[in-house]
Design a binder for this molecule. Structure first.
Ligand SMILES: Cc1ncc(C[n+]2csc(CCOP(=O)(O)OP(=O)(O)O)c2C)c(N)n1
Ligand SMILES: [Mg+2]
Length: 404
């Protein structure tokens, strides 16, 4: 099965093309907007310390960030396709919000004994970026028996990769992650615990209790408030009167704000927060402003369009985190070819002209991301044919078990 959205190198406007069937309408004929690109640079220049963090990114790290955004976007496209085909009944997507997750995760120490993250429904891109194979993520969606939860639960996680599964009750991960951070502190480990909460989820008791505890004990906890301006069908200005970017004041902790559609800004803000935590200055709240370009899940996209002003979709549609980063990289003076070893074998064959060369390299990265996602989806579908749980061990490996 091939994605309809794909790579189209001949197109002078974009490396990654869009599809009417799966992309929000604002993305379908997306073009880079000069004023948005200027805004990107202004955001980078607004803070010297963040600019320094971004300037330290290597060409390889830039391409990795770009690949991460694409993997997340392509994964969502597949999930949406599976919903349309009746393979799964529903999917929760992160379309338009990818930079919040990808920027944050890439700013952490990943790998064995590294930092630990707790993704929520908009952060499914974190699984692959933390190292979990994409096929394992898809298998969890399909409930196959050949993955960690053995088909019992859609809440995906694997401590092997520093991934704690989400908890359905929103914001419940905040106190859980205060606990993770407490363990790091007690063991004198220089590790950071990070979780995300939506704007609506900041209104819960769990958020408050978790933040209060983490603040009192000065724990190495980063909570990224992902303000996509809506909770289910309730707009942010209806569900809260609190300024979300000032919440940290209430807890007496550090707070940063960032542009949630600007992957370099989310990266730099999280890097700052993680450094604070490693120096014992945690916890930190990072507020990322973004916008949900679809519904709460695949079932209510039309309702979201009815409920939210079209101008919001247009405004945020022009700030597509994938397209904007692609355009920014394409125009940049970075020597991307120096970081392209994982994607391009024949360095001699690269176009000479810088912008053309950048486009070529970005297209190769996009091609690899697309192939990885397609391969993973095929593998997971294969498991669906061969490895579904048969129910005989349904009472095994669960938290509680009835007495004999
Ligand atoms: C404690 C709790 N209350 C209600 C719900 C039902 N619910 C699921 S998602 C959601 C909205 C969450 O909105 P937000 O935190 O802004 O996250 P977003 O979906 O926008 O990413 C609600 C109310 C829940 N899962 N848990
Ligand atoms: Mg929200």
């Amino acid at each position: 099965m091939r994605l309809t959205a794909g790579i189209h190198i001949a197109d002078t406007a974009r490396v990654v093309t869009r599809s009417e069937a799966y992309d929000p309408p604002e993305y379908v004929s997306w073009q880079a907007d000069a004023s948005v690109l200027r805004e990107w640079d202004q955001t980078l220049d607004a803070s010297r310390s963040r600019r320094r963090i971004v300037d330290c990114l290597t060409p390889r790290e830039h391409l990795d960030l770009f690949a991460g955004l694409l993997r997340f976007r392509f994964m969502d496209t597949f999930l949406k396709r599976w919903v349309k085909q009746g393979v799964i009944s529903k999917a929760w997507l992160g379309t338009g919000e990818e930079a919040v997750t990808v920027g944050s995760v890439h700013a952490l120490r990943r790998g064995r004994s590294g930092d630990v993250v707790g993704p929520m429904i908009r952060n499914a891109g974190a699984y692959r970026e933390m190292g979990m194979p994409m096929a394992a993520v898809f298998r969890s969606y399909l409930g196959t028996g050949d993955q960690l939860c053995k088909g019992r639960d859609l809440h995906i996680g694997d401590l092997e990769y520093g991934l704690v599964p989400p908890i359905s009750m929103v914001a419940a991960l905040v106190p859980v992650f205060a606990g993770v951070a407490l363990a790091f502190k007690q063991r004198h480990e220089e590790r950071v615990a990070l979780t995300w909460v939506g704007d609506g989820s900041t209104r819960t008791g769990d958020f408050h209790e978790g933040m209060s505890l983490a603040a009192s004990l000065a724990l190495p906890l980063v909570v990224v408030v992902q303000n996509n301006q809506v909770a289910l069908g309730t707009r942010v200005e209806v569900h809260t009167r609190a300024p979300l970017d000032k919440l940290h004041v209430a807890y007496g902790v550090k707070g940063y704000t960032c542009d949630g559609n600007h992957v370099l800004d989310t990266y730099a803000a999280t890097a700052q927060a993680a450094t604070d935590c490693r120096k014992g200055r945690g916890p930190v709240l990072v507020t990322a402003t973004t916008f949900r370009m679809g519904g709460h899940a695949t079932h209510d996209e039309a309702e979201a369009r009815d409920m939210l002003p079209a101008a919001l979709f247009q405004y945020w549609g022009r700030r597509d985190p994938v397209g904007t980063y692609e355009a920014w990289l394409e125009r940049s003076d970075l020597r991307l070819e120096e970081g392209a070893g994982a994607w391009v074998q024949e360095r001699d064959a690269l176009p000479q002209e810088r912008r053309e060369r950048n486009r070529f390299l970005l297209a190769e990265v996009a091609r690899a991301a697309q192939e990885e996602v397609e391969r993973a989806a095929s593998e997971a579908l294969e498991s669906r044919g061969t490895a579904m749980p048969d129910g005989s061990d349904v009472d095994q490996g669960v938290y509680a078990r009835a007495c004999d």
